[in-house]
Design a protein around this ligand. Structure first.
Ligand code: NAD
Ligand code: MG
Length: 326
């Protein structure tokens, strides 16, 4: 068996071995280059076991545990000295961005819902042990006052703010509009749109030229799932907000872009994001034949935050396993 085949088996084995094992590739050598790997088999393509957790769900209790790059992301100083606030940074895609930002040299403030403390502590402990500066600011983003204070607190604790990632979201799958309660609709709008507006409006006056705002959109911004009526509506809004805001703040030297993920294995999916009984289908119908892992998106967030992509503004970048959605 070749070294590459060995490594592929390791990656697949790590991904499917069970609850105690992360979906993560185990990359022993910190200095080794990223593996040359077939994207179809880089991570598990096994159907996920049916599972459900009370919202907002903890990533540490998922089977398998998502890979946010804990063992694989290696930085090279791309964000040295930068100051980042990431909402929903405790788990999933936000956590992958936090790990990557920190290892690229940024100081990072993480917001999360208060009951997600165990996930947030896990990532903070990991990064602090590596000598990184991580600030935890729990709180409910559906509260306007909290959102405004969040930005002020992050700015004060980090000593500035030049990267903002609006990544938190609420997603509940329902077969029909008849099942979408007024409360669900309200929470989805507040979390995904209002909080983004409140936080961004408060952050912009604090941001210097060269700063970057990155919003997490979705394939649902462009091709809505019928079970995600309210969520997809917000995701369409996030893509348009990104483009319109970019036009406004370009003259302040602030770039605004978005990442639009396809099916990614995260707590969102096990806390009501998928209809009951559908977990085994998640990501299976993409051309790559599997869902993505959060770690596979982190380089997009780093690139958009870094000054290297200085002419990229008002754009939305897909990561969807080949569906061609964007
Ligand atoms: P996730 O559950 O790990 O992250 C969502 C986070 O939102 C939670 O960790 C939580 O901290 C935060 N949040 C939700 N409501 C909150 C509230 N009221 N107050 C404070 N925090 C709150 O799941 P994820 O999939 O990594 O989600 C991150 C982003 O990716 C979201 O914007 C989501 O819409 C987007 N996205 C995910 C997928 C996917 O398949 N997982 C696909 C497209 C887009
Ligand atoms: Mg979470």
């Amino acid at each position: 068996m070749t070294d590459l085949a060995n490594r592929r088996d390791l990656l697949k084995g790590a991904a499917v071995a069970g609850a105690a094992v992360a979906a993560a590739p185990a990359l022993a050598q910190a200095s080794a280059p990223p593996p040359f790997a077939d994207p179809q088999t880089k991570y598990t393509s096994q159907p996920y076991p049916e599972q459900r957790q009370k919202w907002p769900a903890l990533q540490r209790d998922m089977t398998p545990v998502p890979d946010c790059g804990e063992r694989s992301y290696r930085g090279s100083g791309k964000l040295q000295g930068r100051k980042a606030l990431v909402t929903g940074g405790d788990s999933g895609i936000g956590r992958a961005a936090v790990i990557a930002f920190a290892r690229e040299g940024a100081d990072v403030a993480i917001n999360y819902f208060p009951t997600e403390g165990p996930d947030a502590q896990d990532v903070a402990k990991l990064l602090r042990a590596e000598g990184r500066k991580i600030t935890l600011i729990p709180g409910d983003l559906t509260d306007q006052e909290f959102c405004v204070n969040l930005v002020g607190n992050a700015n004060r604790k980090l000593g500035g703010l030049d990267i903002l990632v609006n990544n938190a979201a609420y997603q509940q799958s329902k077969d029909s509009i008849a099942e979408v309660s007024f409360e669900q609709f309200d929470r989805t709008m507040k979390t995904n749109l209002y909080a983004m507006f409140w936080i961004t409006k408060t952050a912009i006056p604090l941001m210097k030229p060269g700063s970057a705002i990155i919003n997490t959109a979705s394939v649902n911004s462009f091709a809505p799932e019928k079970e995600l009526l309210d969520y997809a509506t917000t995701k369409g809004g996030i893509a348009i907000f990104t483009k319109a805001l970019a036009k406004q703040v370009a003259k302040q030297g602030i770039r605004v872009n978005a990442v639009a993920p396809g099916p990614i294995w995260t707590p969102l999916q096990v806390a009501g994001g998928q209809l009951p009984g559908k977990m085994h289908e998640f990501g299976q119908d993409t051309p790559l034949g599997r869902s993505g892992q959060p770690a596979e998106l982190a380089p997009l967030y780093v690139a958009l935050a870094s000054g290297e992509l200085s002419y990229t503004d008002g754009s939305v970048f897909g990561a969807n396993g080949g569906t061609g959605t964007i």
